[in-house]
Design a binder for this molecule. Structure first.
Ligand code: SF4
Length: 499
């Protein structure tokens, strides 16, 4: 029998059904480059933390040759002060602890260090460490003190490990949470190991649960979670009323305008087009520039003078059209992965974006990034600020003026595109998600790809980013057709200059 690990237990605490499913590997497996990269970063941060304890015995390295008796001896050997990466089990639970240091106290107690790769303290850290302390307690280890090590914003590339971490004593908070977990642990063990799945019970958490489609949401069309931006309070009220689908929501239930729109779309099975759509689109000035950025964010800085978790622009795609759907030029840029290229990106944007015409983006990430570039390069700030003023957010126009029940309450480009322009898809791209694009760039920047792989990756990244701008051109054209009551929705795009 496999022991119950932290993920299973923490999921059980949030929902017993979820804990039971997690134990049986029923959750979708995380895949893709972004997942691989996350794991690599986590490993790197842990390794750096062990450098703070140079005399520590790394148990993971030696455990293969170690039986449980030898491991016990290791713990009892008072000459060994610190151990890292050690696995403990007790009462059917298991945990792998980052660093455990012997305290010089008479009660033979220990100091547990939990390593986290965030650069801000988060409440969930307490929960994670409390689970480890619970298992340590069950396995006979007395933990007297607990400390969280998370990343310092002052760390820069090349500094040693002592500058990477901020320490925070969390003994009291962990002890409280640990007692709570300990009191629950016997019942949790029984429920999780039971042959019968705990009965699912709908709650607000279900909305973002990875098993929603095979659990509470199975076979349900137009679930209340498909309403756009439904608040936690409104969700709780609907659940308390026993309402699970949009069509059953009482007429007098208080909604935002777009939630009412979504409900009417379900009842009439017709998309919604606002009277203001034409006006919103008329404010977009020619020539049209469709702009999309990609960026990389890493825990460990890739370049000098960059703090952990800094988001760095790495590429852009830009389509210029003189009229609806008539692309005149396509520009694209991808950074040299060996250096920080933000200045070059800022200069190229100024050059390509000219001084007139609307800059169409999807959501506000590009606007925020351009304002950050303006802050960073004061000599370019005037021009960059003017560029930011010309930005029109196509997602905002959709969010206020158009709704289709197949959006399922969301308006991201990945949700909207297959509904509006089904023939344009990301399916045939080697890189088809923002997270994977970021990870691919990080792998190149870390020198983990050879020259051939770098070339291939850059080609795939350029294709991915170009797909986003092409999608925007088509969505813009679709909206124009709808606003002009052109029901055939011809979104043919002239792409002569599209390389
Ligand atoms: S969908 Fe809801 S009830 Fe089902 S496992 Fe997830 S959180 Fe639990």
């Amino acid at each position: 029998m496999q022991h119950i690990n932290k993920t299973v237990f923490i999921n059980y605490v949030s929902c017993p059904t979820l804990g039971w499913m997690t134990k049986r590997d029923m959750l979708p497996k995380p895949t893709g480059l972004s997942n691989e990269f996350l794991y690599l970063e986590w490993k790197n941060v842990r390794k750096m933390s062990w450098q703070l304890f140079p005399d520590a015995v790394n148990v993971k390295k030696t455990i293969n040759n170690m039986d449980s008796l030898s491991f016990k001896k290791l713990i009892q050997d008072s000459d060994i002060e610190t151990i890292c990466d050690a696995q403990f089990t007790g009462d059917g639970y298991s945990t792998r602890v980052d660093i455990l240091q012997r305290l010089k106290l008479e009660d033979n107690s220990w100091h547990l260090f939990g390593v986290k790769s965030g650069s801000r303290y988060k409440a969930k850290y307490i929960r994670d460490i409390a689970f480890s302390v619970m298992v340590l307690t069950k396995s006979g280890i007395n933990v007297h003190k607990t400390t969280i090590l998370y990343l310092s914003n002052d760390y820069r590339l090349g500094m040693d490990a002592s500058k990477l971490f901020t320490k925070i004593d969390c003994t009291e908070k962990v002890e409280l949470k640990m007692q709570e977990f300990l009191a629950l642990s016997n019942k949790a063990f029984k429920d999780i190991e039971s042959k019968n799945m705990p009965e699912p019970c709908i709650k607000t958490n279900c909305k973002n649960c990875p098993t929603f489609d095979i659990c509470i949401g199975k076979g349900i069309k137009n679930h209340i979670f498909d309403l756009p931006r439904l608040s936690k309070l409104a969700t709780e009220k609907l659940i308390a009323l026993g309402v699970h689908t949009i069509d059953k929501i009482p007429d007098d239930f208080e909604f935002t305008q777009m939630q009412t729109v979504a409900k009417n779309c379900v009842l009439t099975n017709t998309p919604y087009v606002s009277d203001n759509l034409k006006i919103a689109l008329a404010n977009i000035e020619q020539p049209f520039y469709y702009l999309d950025f990609e960026s990389v964010t890493t825990v460990m800085p890739l370049y000098p003078e960059i703090a952990p978790h800094t988001q760095l622009l790495t590429q852009f795609s830009l389509d210029k059209a003189d009229s609806f759907g008539n692309i005149l030029d396509h520009y694209e840029y991808i950074a040299d992965q060996t250096k920080d290229c933000r200045r070059e990106i800022a200069e190229k944007l100024i050059k390509y974006l000219g001084e007139s015409g609307s800059i169409i983006t999807y959501a506000n990430a590009e606007s925020i990034a351009i304002l950050k570039l303006a802050d960073l390069f004061s000599d370019l700030s005037e021009k960059l600020d003017k560029i930011a003023e010309r930005i029109v957010d196509l997602e905002l126009i959709i969010r206020k003026n158009y709704y289709d029940i197949n959006f399922h309450g969301r308006t991201s480009i990945k949700k909207v595109l297959p509904v509006l322009i089904s023939e344009l898809s990301y399916a045939n791209l080697k890189i088809d998600k923002g997270g994977d694009a970021s990870a691919a760039f990080a792998f190149m920047a870390m020198g983990l790809y050879d020259e051939k792989k770098v070339e291939e990756t850059k080609r795939n990244l350029l294709k991915y980013c170009a797909q986003d701008t092409l999608a925007m051109v088509h969505i813009h054209q679709f909206l124009i057709n709808i606003a002009n009551n052109n029901t055939n929705n011809d979104t043919t795009i002239v792409e002569e200059n599209y390389k």
